[in-house]
Design a protein around this ligand. Structure first.
Ligand SMILES: [Zn+2]
Length: 304
């Protein structure tokens, strides 16, 4: 009898899966299995410029080869599909409409150049997966916001509650604490090329797919803080956070509990370079073709 635990593997088909991914996905599979839970595979192919069908096929083959099994996914179907983000636009659009109607979003017409000039925060090497420069707030109070009634054509940002502390207890790394407005600024939820941003899609999908625990790399810790704010704004939040409010906006008090988080340490080589950053012969595919066993690949990835 499966438990209520629902975990997910959420790779992006923008390249071959790397040894840096192997450990995280393996841990996700182990935790689902230890909890007698359900593991799902979600194909995060939101970005039409970077996602390719051949990589989506390869990631399924490589995960299977590693010995990882899931019971819902783009290849198997399931009750909470579609399991490819490119087929879930209606869900993201609905969330965008709700967030916009409650005043959490605003259109931003700043160019990349404007933002680069305003950015003063140094780049943190561990946060390059999900980080964007602290937005200076240029478009926050714009008077013409009501004229933008569809997402396409401008960037849409989430108005973070300035100074609000976002805390969560990570199951692996312990207590985490971020301050909205200084650790991260108003972040993108929809891009001007009409692609929903990572933060929005993940939150919408994790709620819709009833995910109870999120296992992913520690490079996404700060994104978790952003996503908790989004979750609360969308009313997916844990009732414990119902008092979170700012200005005239109030977070809805309903829905199921927020998921638990288990962020995995990033695997590095002897020189301290993150394995996920090395684009030499470290794809699972190449290691497998060079004759290594799945056990050996997991061992290289730092498992156990
Ligand atoms: Zn702007």
């Amino acid at each position: 009898m499966p438990s209520n635990y629902r975990g997910r593997l959420a790779p992006s088909p923008t390249g071959l899966l790397h040894i840096g991914h192997a450990r995280t996905f393996w841990i996700a599979a182990q935790r689902a299995s230890e909890n007698r839970g359900t593991l799902i595979l979600r194909n995060e192919d939101l970005d039409p410029q970077r996602s390719r069908a051949e990589f989506a096929r390869a990631m399924i083959e490589d995960l299977r080869w590693l010995g990882i099994r899931w019971s819902e996914g783009p290849d198997l179907g399931g009750p909470y599909g579609a399991y490819s983000q490119s087929e879930r636009r209606a869900h993201y659009l609905e969330a965008w409409r709700r967030l916009r109607a409650s005043g959490f979003l605003y259109p931003c017409t700043c160019s990349r150049k404007d933002l680069a000039l305003a950015a003063s925060a140094p780049n943190d090497a561990d946060n390059d997966n999900d980080d964007e420069p602290l937005y200076p707030g240029t478009c926050r109070e714009r008077q013409d916001a009501a004229e933008f009634t569809e997402p396409v054509g401008v960037n849409w940002r989430f108005r973070v509650p300035e100074g609000k502390v976002v805390e969560f207890a990570d199951l692996n790394l312990g207590r985490q604490r971020y301050v909205a407005g200084s650790d991260f600024g108003d972040f993108l939820v929809w891009r001007r090329d009409d692609v929903p941003a990572y933060q929005l899609a993940v939150v919408v999908d994790d709620a819709a797919m009833r995910i109870t625990e999120i296992v992913r790399g520690a490079d996404l810790l700060k994104s978790t803080a952003r996503q908790l704010l989004l979750m609360r704004a969308l009313g997916y939040a844990d009732p414990r956070y119902a008092d979170l409010r700012y200005g005239d906006l109030r977070y809805a008090q309903l829905g199921h509990a927020a998921p638990d988080y288990f962020h995995c340490e990033l695997v590095r080589d002897a020189a301290g370079t993150r394995l996920a950053k090395r684009h030499d012969a470290l794809s699972i595919r190449h290691l497998r073709e060079s004759g290594l066993t799945a056990e050996k690949v997991l061992e290289m990835a730092g498992w156990p």
